[in-house]
Design a protein around this ligand. Structure first.
Ligand SMILES: Cc1cc2nc3c(=O)[nH]c(=O)nc-3n(C[C@H](O)[C@H](O)[C@H](O)COP(=O)(O)O)c2cc1C
Length: 369
């Protein structure tokens, strides 16, 4: 139940935060629509075009939404996606988000481009934190970030691989008055704008051998974010990756990408249960979460909605957004005759025939491959 009685849905939070953010900042970074983030519009369309096939008379008095990711318990299968510069939305930035994620019993992934440092966030977080890395040309700085995350108790490393050579970057509008990119203090990246780091210091020559380089330097589980094909999912499996995030960077990268829900089944099938698969992009309702789980995601991530919650009411706003999704997930599960998030099957979703005729038939007939 939302503590903000007038804001009952995640989309209410979007509407309210749009009134509070400076318009240019909102449109460039946090808006779902506006024709700017085509791939994210497609993410949302994919959720809308997949339909649920409810079962009845199965006894839904109890409903379990807790699960595990990489062996860690989470209270709800909705995690906080890595996103840069939370202070754009609230002075408490990532500290507020980390506290909210802990209260909801879920994981927060801290972006390398956070406004509070790896250590500052670890200090206040009582829940599980993962750290997200963009490979820098300077491998010594990359390696140092990994070691700092390990030492501060982060439980997994997420490498984002879809954001090189992008057209629409979240790094465009970052005001110097925010304590930007605090993790680079003491390096020669200190004081650079997010845009400068992105354009001049990111490793655009990233390839599979870089993952091996990273694997050799850390014992933390490795999560690769930005996988959009069965072929790359298979390569992740071969390279010892522990989990994958099916993601198109919320439409901030390649505009012509498919909706991520549409991509999810081919990725899930290709890894044959050997890696965990998560997804993000356009998750706005509990029913979206359930559809993603049914198509094989172990959990989902939210990006923009965390900024909407943060802008409206800081830590309480982010927690409220997570609670809204949890409560909607529970009611959708009950209406679908599902009592445990770990036992959701593909037969719950009817996919549009246009996605992939072979797979859509599976949904329609209620058969699971
Ligand atoms: C403002 C903003 C900043 C982001 N910063 C990062 C980042 O630093 N690292 C990263 O891997 N992804 C980043 N992302 C992408 C998110 O992790 C996620 O893939 C995306 O937001 C999911 O879509 P959604 O916003 O519709 O939930 C960012 C997204 C937004 C909207």
């Amino acid at each position: 139940m939302s503590h903000n009685n007038h804001l009952l849905t995640v989309s209410d939070y979007e509407t309210r935060s749009r009134e509070l953010f400076p318009p240019q900042l909102f449109e460039a970074n946090f808006s779902t629509d506006g024709g700017r983030f085509e791939a994210n519009t497609r993410n949302i369309q994919a959720f809308n075009s997949a339909r649920l096939r409810p079962r009845v008379l199965v006894g839904v008095g109890t409903c379990k939404v807790s699960t595990t990711v990489l062996g860690q318990n989470i209270g709800v299968p909705v995690m906080i996606a890595p996103a840069g510069v939370h202070q754009r939305a609230h002075p408490d930035g990532e500290l507020a988000t980390a506290r909210a994620a802990a209260s909801a019993g879920t994981v927060m992934v801290l972006s390398q481009h956070s406004t509070y440092t790896i250590e500052e966030v670890a200090e206040v977080a009582t829940g599980s934190l993962w750290f997200q890395l963009y490979f820098l040309k300077d491998r010594a700085i990359t390696e140092r970030l990994v070691l700092r995350a390990e030492e501060a108790g982060y439980k997994a490393l997420m490498v984002t691989v879809d954001h090189v050579g992008n057209l629409q970057s979240e790094h465009q509008i970052v005001d110097a008055s925010w304590r930007v990119l605090s993790n680079f203090a003491g390096t020669d990246l200190e004081g650079l704008s997010a845009s400068e780091v992105y354009h001049n210091r990111f490793e655009w020559d990233l390839n599979w051998s870089d993952l091996e380089w990273l694997r050799a330097r850390t014992s933390l589980p490795l999560v690769v974010k930005g996988i959009q094909t069965a072929e790359d999912a298979e390569l992740c499996r071969e390279h010892g990756v522990n989990a994958i995030v099916v993601s198109n960077h919320g439409g901030h990268a390649l505009p012509d990408a498919k909706g991520t829900l549409e991509t999810l089944p081919e990725v899930v099938d290709s890894v044959r249960g050997e890696l965990e698969v998560y997804m993000d992009g356009g998750v706005r309702r509990g029913s979206d979460v359930l559809k993603a789980l049914a198509l094989g995601a172990r959990a989902v991530f939210i990006g923009r909605p965390l900024f909407w919650g943060l802008r409206v009411d800081g830590e309480r706003g982010v927690l409220d957004v997570l609670n809204i999704l949890r409560s909607e997930l529970e009611s959708t599960m009950r209406l679908c005759g599902v009592t445990n998030v770990e036992h959701v099957s593909r037969s719950l979703v009817s996919m549009p025939a246009s996605w992939d005729p072979e797979r859509s038939l599976v949904g329609v007939n209620g058969r699971v491959p």
